[in-house]
Ligand binder design. Structure first.
Ligand code: CTP
Ligand code: CA
Length: 227
Protein backbone atom coordinates (compact mmCIF):
# COMPACT_ATOMS: atom_id res chain seq x y z
CA UNK A 1 0.00 0.00 0.00
CA UNK A 2 1.00 3.64 -0.30
CA UNK A 3 1.28 3.93 3.48
CA UNK A 4 3.76 1.05 3.72
CA UNK A 5 5.81 2.49 0.86
CA UNK A 6 6.21 5.88 2.50
CA UNK A 7 7.00 4.33 5.90
CA UNK A 8 10.03 2.55 4.45
CA UNK A 9 11.37 4.90 1.76
CA UNK A 10 14.87 3.40 2.12
CA UNK A 11 13.82 -0.25 1.74
CA UNK A 12 16.51 -2.16 -0.15
CA UNK A 13 19.17 0.52 0.36
CA UNK A 14 22.46 -0.41 2.01
CA UNK A 15 23.73 2.54 4.03
CA UNK A 16 27.02 3.05 5.83
CA UNK A 17 26.73 5.43 8.78
CA UNK A 18 29.82 6.52 10.72
CA UNK A 19 29.71 7.88 14.26
CA UNK A 20 31.76 9.00 17.22
CA UNK A 21 35.17 10.58 17.63
CA UNK A 22 38.13 8.61 16.33
CA UNK A 23 41.05 7.85 18.65
CA UNK A 24 44.65 8.29 17.55
CA UNK A 25 47.08 6.29 19.65
CA UNK A 26 50.10 8.01 21.15
CA UNK A 27 51.44 4.97 22.98
CA UNK A 28 49.87 1.72 24.26
CA UNK A 29 47.84 3.53 26.95
CA UNK A 30 47.12 6.98 25.51
CA UNK A 31 45.23 8.52 22.61
CA UNK A 32 44.09 11.84 21.16
CA UNK A 33 40.38 12.32 20.52
CA UNK A 34 37.61 14.96 20.49
CA UNK A 35 34.35 15.81 22.25
CA UNK A 36 32.01 13.94 19.93
CA UNK A 37 29.48 11.78 21.79
CA UNK A 38 28.32 9.81 18.77
CA UNK A 39 24.68 10.77 19.47
CA UNK A 40 24.05 12.35 16.08
CA UNK A 41 25.44 9.38 14.15
CA UNK A 42 23.53 6.86 16.26
CA UNK A 43 20.32 8.84 15.76
CA UNK A 44 20.95 8.83 12.00
CA UNK A 45 21.55 5.06 12.03
CA UNK A 46 18.30 4.51 13.95
CA UNK A 47 16.29 6.77 11.61
CA UNK A 48 17.73 5.04 8.53
CA UNK A 49 16.95 1.61 9.96
CA UNK A 50 13.37 2.73 10.71
CA UNK A 51 13.08 3.96 7.14
CA UNK A 52 13.81 0.42 5.97
CA UNK A 53 17.51 0.69 5.12
CA UNK A 54 20.05 -2.06 5.73
CA UNK A 55 22.35 -0.07 8.04
CA UNK A 56 25.99 -0.69 8.91
CA UNK A 57 27.05 1.58 11.78
CA UNK A 58 30.82 2.05 11.76
CA UNK A 59 31.54 3.51 15.14
CA UNK A 60 34.34 4.84 17.28
CA UNK A 61 33.94 4.04 21.00
CA UNK A 62 30.91 5.79 22.57
CA UNK A 63 28.78 5.36 25.70
CA UNK A 64 25.75 4.57 23.57
CA UNK A 65 24.08 1.28 22.80
CA UNK A 66 23.57 0.54 19.13
CA UNK A 67 20.05 0.87 17.71
CA UNK A 68 18.49 -2.56 17.26
CA UNK A 69 18.62 -4.05 13.81
CA UNK A 70 21.80 -2.34 12.65
CA UNK A 71 25.10 -4.08 11.96
CA UNK A 72 27.83 -2.61 14.15
CA UNK A 73 31.46 -2.35 13.07
CA UNK A 74 33.63 -1.03 15.92
CA UNK A 75 36.70 1.02 15.00
CA UNK A 76 39.14 3.24 16.87
CA UNK A 77 41.49 5.18 14.62
CA UNK A 78 40.95 7.17 11.45
CA UNK A 79 42.90 4.48 9.63
CA UNK A 80 40.49 1.79 10.93
CA UNK A 81 37.56 3.94 9.83
CA UNK A 82 39.06 4.50 6.39
CA UNK A 83 39.54 0.77 5.88
CA UNK A 84 36.04 -0.05 7.16
CA UNK A 85 34.36 2.52 4.89
CA UNK A 86 36.41 2.04 1.73
CA UNK A 87 36.18 -1.77 1.82
CA UNK A 88 32.36 -1.61 2.08
CA UNK A 89 31.86 1.22 -0.40
CA UNK A 90 31.39 -0.87 -3.56
CA UNK A 91 28.35 -2.67 -2.10
CA UNK A 92 26.84 0.41 -0.46
CA UNK A 93 24.12 2.64 -1.88
CA UNK A 94 25.05 5.50 0.39
CA UNK A 95 27.42 6.82 3.03
CA UNK A 96 26.57 9.22 5.86
CA UNK A 97 29.75 10.48 7.53
CA UNK A 98 28.64 11.70 10.94
CA UNK A 99 31.89 10.63 12.62
CA UNK A 100 34.11 13.33 14.08
CA UNK A 101 37.28 12.20 12.38
CA UNK A 102 40.65 13.28 13.78
CA UNK A 103 42.47 15.53 11.33
CA UNK A 104 45.90 14.68 12.76
CA UNK A 105 47.52 11.64 14.28
CA UNK A 106 50.83 11.27 16.11
CA UNK A 107 53.63 10.94 13.56
CA UNK A 108 55.08 8.11 15.62
CA UNK A 109 53.17 5.73 17.82
CA UNK A 110 55.45 4.77 20.74
CA UNK A 111 55.70 1.03 21.25
CA UNK A 112 56.21 1.46 24.97
CA UNK A 113 54.48 3.84 27.36
CA UNK A 114 56.03 7.29 27.09
CA UNK A 115 57.96 8.06 30.29
CA UNK A 116 58.46 11.36 32.06
CA UNK A 117 62.07 12.36 32.13
CA UNK A 118 63.76 14.26 34.94
CA UNK A 119 65.44 16.81 32.67
CA UNK A 120 62.44 17.87 30.55
CA UNK A 121 59.31 19.77 31.61
CA UNK A 122 57.82 19.72 28.13
CA UNK A 123 56.77 17.08 25.66
CA UNK A 124 56.50 18.15 22.03
CA UNK A 125 54.25 16.01 19.85
CA UNK A 126 54.59 15.94 16.10
CA UNK A 127 51.33 15.17 14.32
CA UNK A 128 50.66 14.30 10.70
CA UNK A 129 47.48 14.66 8.70
CA UNK A 130 45.08 11.73 8.59
CA UNK A 131 43.57 10.61 5.30
CA UNK A 132 40.39 12.53 4.40
CA UNK A 133 37.94 9.66 4.07
CA UNK A 134 35.18 11.69 2.43
CA UNK A 135 37.57 12.91 -0.25
CA UNK A 136 38.49 9.30 -0.98
CA UNK A 137 34.83 8.33 -1.08
CA UNK A 138 34.21 11.20 -3.50
CA UNK A 139 36.95 9.94 -5.81
CA UNK A 140 35.51 6.43 -5.88
CA UNK A 141 31.78 7.00 -5.73
CA UNK A 142 29.42 5.94 -8.48
CA UNK A 143 26.75 8.35 -9.70
CA UNK A 144 24.03 6.22 -8.12
CA UNK A 145 25.57 6.46 -4.64
CA UNK A 146 24.47 9.14 -2.18
CA UNK A 147 27.15 10.72 -0.01
CA UNK A 148 26.36 12.93 2.99
CA UNK A 149 28.93 14.82 5.04
CA UNK A 150 28.77 16.84 8.21
CA UNK A 151 30.62 20.07 8.88
CA UNK A 152 31.50 21.16 12.39
CA UNK A 153 32.33 24.86 12.47
CA UNK A 154 32.92 27.44 15.14
CA UNK A 155 32.93 30.41 12.73
CA UNK A 156 31.72 31.36 9.24
CA UNK A 157 29.41 28.34 9.30
CA UNK A 158 27.75 28.61 5.92
CA UNK A 159 30.77 29.78 3.92
CA UNK A 160 32.95 26.99 5.30
CA UNK A 161 30.18 24.44 4.87
CA UNK A 162 29.60 25.49 1.26
CA UNK A 163 33.29 24.89 0.53
CA UNK A 164 33.13 21.39 2.03
CA UNK A 165 30.01 20.54 0.03
CA UNK A 166 31.86 21.40 -3.17
CA UNK A 167 35.37 20.10 -2.45
CA UNK A 168 34.11 16.79 -1.04
CA UNK A 169 31.60 16.36 -3.92
CA UNK A 170 28.72 15.69 -1.55
CA UNK A 171 25.05 15.28 -2.33
CA UNK A 172 24.17 16.85 0.99
CA UNK A 173 26.07 18.52 3.80
CA UNK A 174 24.81 18.93 7.36
CA UNK A 175 26.32 22.09 8.81
CA UNK A 176 26.69 22.17 12.55
CA UNK A 177 27.58 25.27 14.55
CA UNK A 178 29.59 23.75 17.40
CA UNK A 179 30.35 27.09 19.07
CA UNK A 180 26.88 27.36 20.66
CA UNK A 181 26.68 25.94 24.19
CA UNK A 182 24.25 23.07 24.68
CA UNK A 183 23.81 22.08 21.06
CA UNK A 184 25.98 20.18 18.63
CA UNK A 185 28.85 18.17 20.13
CA UNK A 186 27.76 16.13 23.14
CA UNK A 187 24.25 17.53 23.77
CA UNK A 188 20.91 15.86 23.02
CA UNK A 189 19.77 18.76 20.88
CA UNK A 190 21.16 20.32 17.78
CA UNK A 191 20.42 22.88 15.10
CA UNK A 192 21.73 22.34 11.62
CA UNK A 193 21.53 23.75 8.13
CA UNK A 194 21.16 21.28 5.29
CA UNK A 195 23.08 22.40 2.19
CA UNK A 196 22.11 20.69 -1.06
CA UNK A 197 24.17 20.27 -4.21
CA UNK A 198 21.78 22.50 -6.19
CA UNK A 199 22.48 25.42 -3.84
CA UNK A 200 19.30 25.23 -1.84
CA UNK A 201 19.51 25.39 1.96
CA UNK A 202 17.25 24.49 4.82
CA UNK A 203 17.83 25.48 8.45
CA UNK A 204 16.19 23.39 11.19
CA UNK A 205 14.99 24.86 14.49
CA UNK A 206 16.85 23.83 17.68
CA UNK A 207 15.44 20.37 18.20
CA UNK A 208 16.37 16.83 19.21
CA UNK A 209 19.11 14.99 17.35
CA UNK A 210 16.46 12.36 16.73
CA UNK A 211 14.25 14.87 14.88
CA UNK A 212 17.22 16.14 12.89
CA UNK A 213 18.15 12.56 11.98
CA UNK A 214 14.59 11.92 10.76
CA UNK A 215 14.69 15.07 8.62
CA UNK A 216 18.09 14.08 7.24
CA UNK A 217 16.83 10.62 6.29
CA UNK A 218 13.80 12.14 4.53
CA UNK A 219 16.19 14.28 2.46
CA UNK A 220 18.36 11.23 1.68
CA UNK A 221 15.29 9.27 0.53
CA UNK A 222 14.34 12.13 -1.77
CA UNK A 223 17.86 12.33 -3.20
CA UNK A 224 17.71 8.60 -4.02
CA UNK A 225 14.48 9.12 -5.97
CA UNK A 226 16.19 11.86 -7.98
CA UNK A 227 19.28 9.72 -8.87
N1 CTP B 1 36.07 13.78 7.40
C1 CTP B 1 36.64 12.67 6.80
N2 CTP B 1 37.97 12.41 6.98
C2 CTP B 1 38.75 13.23 7.71
C3 CTP B 1 38.19 14.39 8.29
C4 CTP B 1 36.83 14.63 8.12
O1 CTP B 1 35.93 11.92 6.13
N3 CTP B 1 40.05 12.96 7.85
C5 CTP B 1 34.63 14.05 7.19
C6 CTP B 1 33.81 14.19 8.46
O2 CTP B 1 33.31 12.94 8.88
C7 CTP B 1 32.69 15.11 8.02
C8 CTP B 1 33.35 15.99 6.97
O3 CTP B 1 34.52 15.28 6.52
O4 CTP B 1 31.62 14.43 7.44
C9 CTP B 1 33.75 17.35 7.42
O5 CTP B 1 34.51 17.26 8.60
P1 CTP B 1 35.06 18.60 9.24
O6 CTP B 1 35.93 18.25 10.40
O7 CTP B 1 33.94 19.55 9.46
O8 CTP B 1 35.93 19.20 8.03
P2 CTP B 1 37.40 18.99 7.53
O9 CTP B 1 37.33 18.67 6.08
O10 CTP B 1 38.14 18.02 8.40
O11 CTP B 1 38.03 20.44 7.67
P3 CTP B 1 38.35 21.31 9.02
O12 CTP B 1 38.28 20.39 10.21
O13 CTP B 1 39.70 21.87 8.79
O14 CTP B 1 37.28 22.37 9.08
CA1 CA C 1 38.18 18.18 10.70
Amino acid sequence: TATAATATPLAGKKLLVTAGGTREALDPVRFLTNRSSGKMGYAVAAAAQQAGADVTLITAPTRLSAPSGVTVVPIESTQDLEQAVISRLPKADGVIMAAAVADFQPLHQAEQKIKKSADNDQLVLTLKKTPDILREVAQRKRVDQVVVGFAAETQDLLANAQKKLATKHLDLLVANDVSQAGIGFNGDNNQVTFLFKDGHRDQTPITSKRAIATALIEHVAKIFTEK
